[in-house]
Design a protein around this ligand. Sequence first.
Ligand code: 17E
Ligand code: FE2
Length: 416
Amino acid sequence: MKIVNARLRQKSQLHSLEITDGVFSQITPQSAALPCPADAIDAAGTLLCAPFVEPHIHLDAALTAGEPNWNQSGTLFEGIERWGERKPMLNEADIRRRVLDTIELLVQNGVQHIRTHADTSDPSLVGLKTLCTLRDELKDKIELQVVAFPQDGLLSFPKGLRLMEEALEFGADVVGGIPHFEYTRELGVESMQTVIKLAQKYDRLVDVHCDEIDDPHSRFLEVLAYEALRHELGPRVTASHTTAMHSYDNAYCSKLFRLLKNAGINFISCPTESIHLQGRFDSYPKRRGLTRVKELNEAGINVCFAEDSIIDPWYSLGNGKLLRSLDFGLHICQMMGYRDFATALDLITDNSARTLNIQAHYGIEIGKPGSFILLDGEDDYSVLRKQGDVLLSVRQGNIIMQRTPARVISNTYLSA
Ligand code: 17E
Ligand code: FE2
């Protein structure tokens, strides 16, 4: 496959690229726009970038909002309760249908790599098993990582630990946790130590729903980061949400950041989800409830954005568009300086790939898989501004999605 007239991120010249046997074999700067050969794809000056990565989504719960009841209060806790009513209705066919529909939606929006959580607080483990099976079935089409996520508590849910080990034995890629939801602070601390022990025992990655609450005393992140540091697992460990960090005082945060930096762990923030679920116990002023994305980023700590939910008991919107999460995130975290705009796509591409530990096969580089997307825009700033459509998605040299952009047909209203 040949592509001409593509813009690459942070480069001013147009480029031609070639993919041979599914791998980038040539990336060449052009001195001017070229006529497109018959056997090539004309990027026509649009931005060619690495595929979007969805690093945190709950596919087992996707498309279940309102079944059987809607989350009326908008709290995380009512979400967990409503999901608890849906869980007994789960079966393999139901999960497969919703997961496939949701992955299609993500693919239509440029995603090629997904980390999904699968609830293990279910004695049947049907969600986790179905997702692991789908991961293997779809491996030539999309990359999926499955997190064993103990929604009702690793240590507080009856047999929670046994179910987690069963999930890891079945083949879950990542160990999850939810320390702020355990019954006591002590159980929360113990759960973080247990998660790291399990990651070592089974040689898996870690991704914890950590301190997803407005409580400034919810400080399990320091335990997770310290365990990661102590066992030298930092880059393999992710703290998702960490919304309590919004409410920590600055002195504590200053001390905490030293540990976070030394540990080298990754962060995922879910802007649309957190702005919706957090601050629900405030009157006015209402906290925004997003973790300190701007400050983490400025401290050189890896942070990325995710959607978390698509039409589920926690969040009844969701459309597969990571560009929308990016837009929300930059606004809410006040990352609106020109430098922020110029590198904005890092937050839904490169940083997320690092979080998933997939950098070895991700990126626009000779020798790496020939996978990319074309975005309607010429650089990070214009794609963000326009919320540019994903025009093309290519995976290892094969087109997996193509879109004709919407065009205004008449643009002469004022001069007519
Ligand atoms: N479960 C949870 O604990 N937190 C969330 N944000 C979602 C599920 C979506
Ligand atoms: Fe989540």
